[in-house]
Structure formats: structure tokens, C-alpha cells
Design a protein around this ligand. Sequence first.
Ligand code: ZN
Ligand code: ZN
Length: 280
Amino acid sequence: MQKFNYHTHTYRCGHADFNQSDEDYVVEYIKMGFKDIAFTDHAPEKVRIDKRTNMRMDYHEREDYLNSIKYLKEKYRDAINIKTGYEVEYLPNEEDNLKELKNETDILILGQHFIYDDNKNLKIFGRNEFTNDELIRYANYIDTAIKLGIISILAHPDIFMLSMNEFSEIEEKITHMICSTAEKYNIPFEINLGNIYARVYLRNMNYDNLSDEEKEAILSRVRYPNRRFWQIASNYNIKVLYGIDAHYKGQILAYDKLVNIANEIIGKDTIDKLNFIDKL
Ligand SMILES: [Zn+2]
Ligand SMILES: [Zn+2]
């Protein structure tokens, strides 16, 4: 099983475990046998665009964040490789700010949680409904962001399913668009384990003891990974890796189970076709 994870948050974002220090995550990863990790907390904004509270650190917190990770990188260098990074969203006119963030860190992962609508308001997956044109804009933003040449991983590429009830024609179309770009620019896709943890373990502590029907009912509420998305992706030459999207220690502890559930959702035939990588 994959023993690296490039998707870890910290208490600074405001919606991760507040009692968990950066070092607590590192210690947990080492205990679980991980060899290579990255902290990729939600990127701060120089000028505030995302008006939600508790979504990301303030811009002035960057220094404390990066210093803390660099300190841990040095302290645990014999046990584990640690990278600094951010999970970023692309928005038009934010290119320079993204490049600045890249210059400060080892990796950026693209977690495109939202887009602008025609009036330049944020449309957020899981909060808003999306028109077909807006879904296409999501794919176009990913394309533009990847072409900047500063993105190392596309996190939860199927996150748009948070706002969609079924996977129909338009979903298929944007999946092909995103896959074409990723293949062309050699950008790995992340099978994100965060929604599984949120829907399965965070709400059903005794999930493992439930009946098959009960488990099935719970799994049907997981929005990503999406089975159809990954079936399509498996027909492209795209690198793939799992991402814990850690906001809680429990996600690292439950890692093996989360991977098994993700594989079950995606299906063995597709999993066998995917091109899993050994390291970044
Ligand atoms: Zn988060
Ligand atoms: Zn994340």
C-alpha cells in the first residue's frame, strides 16, 4: 500500500483538529510507516476573495506555518521526508499570487473548490448549484492552472460531484476535458479519501460492525471518489495516487480502511487499470 501522502492540513485553516499540532501529524505518519509526506494547508489569500470563515490561514501566518514545517523536516529527517506546500485554487488574475506561493514552498496541489460565476461571485462545490457552462468553466480553470507549470498534483478532480446528483453527459464531458489536460501535462490525479472519512467514519464510529446493507447505504452518500469518473480516467495515461486530505489524526489511523473503501467504490477492474505511482 502507498506509504506517502501529499495532502495534510493544519489547525491554522480553522476547520482541522484544533488540538493537533503539526508535530502530532508527523509522529502519527511515522508510526503508520509513512516515508514521504507534504503539508499542503489551504493557501492564504493576499486579498480576501473567499469570504467564508474558518477556511484558510491569514496571509501573515505563512511564516509561522512554513517555519514549523521546516523545523519538523529537519528534526525528523532520518525517519521521514517532509515537504512544504499549499492546496490552492486557481482564479483569473491570481496567477502572480499563486506563483509567489509556489516560490515559498516545495509543492502546490490544485484543489479547485470553486469558480467565479458571471458576476465574479464564488460558486462553491457542495454549497451552490452549477450550470453546465459553470461546470465547463471548472474544467477550463484546471486547464489554465496546470498550464502555469506550478501544480504538482490535481487533488480530488471529481469534487464537482459535491454539487451534482448524477453523473450524466456534462459530467462525462468535463471528465474527458480534465483527463486530456492531465495526460498532456503529466499531472497526477489524487484519489481523495477525505469525503469517505467524513461520510463513513466521522458520522458512524461503528461502521465496521454494520450490516452490508447499512454499509451500502452509507457508501452511496460518498460523493468522491466517483466510480464513473475513475472509469473514464482509467482510459487515459494519467498517474494516480491516494490523498488522505488529513484534517484529523483519525484519518491517518484509518488510512488502510479508507483506501479499501475507495477501491471498493471505484471498482477492482478500474483500480487494476490505474497507473499508481511510487513517489512524486
Ligand atoms: Zn480543509
Ligand atoms: Zn485538502
